[in-house]
Design a protein. Structure first.
Length: 131
C-alpha cells in the first residue's frame, strides 16, 4: 500500500496530465487521414484548447467521483456532455464528427476510471497519510 495522499495526487496527475496525450494519440490512430479535414473544421469552431480543457475536467471529475464512491455521478458527466454537444454535432451533419467526440469522451472517461480504480487498489481510503 502507498500513502493515500500521495496516491490521490499521483492519480490526478496520471488521469489529467498523462491522459491528455494518451487520448490525443489514440484519436490520431483512429481517425483516418481523409477524415481529418472534417474533424479540423469542427475543432476550429471552438476554443483553441477547449477540448483539452474539457477532457481534463472530465477526467478530474471521474477520478473524484470514483474515489468518493459515487460511480453513478459519472452518468451526469455523460448526460451533460451529450446535452451540450448535441446541437453542434447535429448541425455538423457529419457522422465522423459525432463519432470523434464520442470516442474521445469514452477514451478519456475510461482512462480516468482505470486510474481511479488503481488508486483505490494501491492507496485505499483508510490507508495511512503523510503528516
Amino acid at each position: 500500500m502507498i500513502d493515500r495522499t500521495l496516491g490521490v495526487a499521483a492519480g490526478f496527475v496520471l488521469a489529467v496530465v498523462v491522459g491528455a496525450p494518451l487520448v490525443s494519440v489514440a484519436l490520431r490512430l483512429i481517425v483516418r487521414p481523409l477524415d481529418r479535414a472534417a474533424i479540423a473544421v469542427f475543432r476550429s469552431r471552438g476554443l483553441r484548447i477547449g477540448g483539452a480543457v474539457i477532457g481534463a475536467l472530465e477526467r478530474s471529475l471521474v477520478l473524484a467521483f470514483v474515489l468518493a464512491g459515487e460511480f453513478g455521478a459519472i452518468g451526469l458527466i455523460l448526460a451533460a456532455k451529450g446535452l451540450i454537444r448535441y446541437g453542434e454535432i447535429k448541425d455538423s451533419k457529419d457522422q465522423k464528427v459525432a463519432e470523434y467526440v464520442l470516442i474521445g469522451t469514452m477514451l478519456s472517461l475510461l482512462w480516468a476510471l482505470v486510474v481511479a480504480l488503481l488508486v483505490q487498489r494501491f492507496a485505499p481510503a483508510g490507508a495511512p497519510t503523510a503528516g
